[in-house]
Ligand binder design. Structure first.
Ligand code: OGA
Ligand code: NI
Length: 357
């Protein structure tokens, strides 16, 4: 009898730890990691190599004297790239330092220790690899741990590592910082998109849903043949990505070309997810992005996915529709949105297209 395979994306099959594989010092990678299904992960268009994701300065957004110009830049960044690096983001530097350090310590623990927090059948959360739904599916060169952090009732501490000491507290403060940042940034995004203060957008993220994914991309003997994370767009409203070290790996697609995001010390990378693509009625794009891996260096990232609160309607903003544009997407609640994503099951049609009217 064929092994039972997950019927939706709330499952993930157990797979080997990539870090353990990497530590074996193999000269070649096992076949299941060779991605003939993904275009080769080298670099971007050499003619456009000078281009990179835009830089947005939170201080300038906050300061009334520079705000209008920076909001304009923010709007252009969301429209043209769907991604930017944010400087002066105001996250507490001690919290960020500790989040990076504890994430690093966690992935350095023995496998048995990490497996205390392993994913379980029927749950996305925990240590392992996300969205593995069949035994012959190609794998990513990445170990990860996925946690729901807010609101509190969704927290499942059974998956929150108790080692290293202080990791849980670091995750908790980091997530609270991200929530505050999302609330304030969403106000400026609304201003750029609609031309008015975005109280409604901000409020939706005040009691929103926040999920964290910590990624470890070990060194790989054949980096060009594998992917760290295959190309995808996030289903979040907005996503914040923190590089734990000065190792590049994230690439964002723009106009068909891949651009490597060079980590800037003290910046955080922001990318829009499908929910903002829908809210903006397609004016903003949730960019395709992927992670490539390095032959010699391990890379670690902390990714925070932010969703609006469950009672928010996910649909094109009414101001945009009233301005005479037809709504491109249906309107639904978060729960229905998630259900549709899990049932989509990595289908052939891009997920966002399944929500088109
Ligand atoms: C993700 C993601 C990229 C990275 O976790 O959704 O896109 O560089 N991560 O870690
Ligand atoms: Ni992503």
């Amino acid at each position: 009898m064929a092994a039972k395979t997950p019927e939706n994306l709330l499952w993930s099959l157990p797979v080997p730890s990539v870090k353990e594989l990497a530590m074996k010092g193999l000269a070649t990678v096992p076949a299941r990691y060779i991605r003939d299904d993904v275009e080769e992960c080298t670099s971007s268009d050499p003619n456009q190599a000078f281009l990179g994701v835009p830089l947005i300065d939170m201080d300038k957004l906050v300061n009334p004297e520079t705000r209008d110009m920076e909001v304009h830049k923010l709007h252009a960044a969301c429209k043209d790239w769907g991604a930017f690096q944010l400087i002066n983001h105001g996250l507490c530097s001690r919290t960020v330092r500790s989040m990076k350090a504890k994430t690093e310590e966690f992935f350095n623990l023995d496998l048995e220790e990490k497996q205390r927090w392993a994913q379980k059948p029927g749950s996305l959360e925990g240590y392992g690899q996300a969205f593995v739904i069949s035994e012959d599916q190609k794998l990513e060169w990445c170990d990860m741990i996925y946690l729901r952090a807010l609101p509190l009732p969704l927290r499942n501490l059974g998956f929150w590592p108790a080692t290293p000491h202080g990791y849980r507290e670091a995750i908790e403060s980091y997530c609270e910082g991200i929530r505050e940042l999302a609330v304030s940034l969403m106000g400026f995004i609304a201003k750029g998109l609609l031309g008015v203060g975005g109280k409604r957008f901000s409020e939706a993220f005040e009691d929103g849903r926040y999920e964290l994914r910590m990624n470890c991309y070990p060194p790989c003997p054949e980096p060009e043949k594998v992917v760290g994370i295959a190309p995808h767009a996030d289903i979040s409203g907005i996503t914040f990505l923190l590089d734990c070290r000065d190792v590049a790996g994230l690439q964002v697609q723009k106009d068909g070309h891949w651009f490597t995001v060079r980590p800037i010390a003290d910046a955080i990378v922001v990318n829009l997810g499908h929910i903002l693509e829908i809210t903006s009625n397609g004016i903003y794009k949730a960019p395709q992005h992927r992670a490539i891996v390095d032959r010699w260096k391990e890379r670690l990232s902390v990714v925070a996915f932010c969703y609006p609160s469950p009672d928010t309607d996910i649909g094109p903003a009414k101001e945009l529709i009233e301005a005479g544009r037809p709504a491109l997407y249906r309107t639904l609640k978060l729960e229905e949105y998630f259900k549709r994503f899990y049932d989509w099951n990595l289908g052939a049609v891009p997920f966002i297209d399944t929500l088109k009217l």
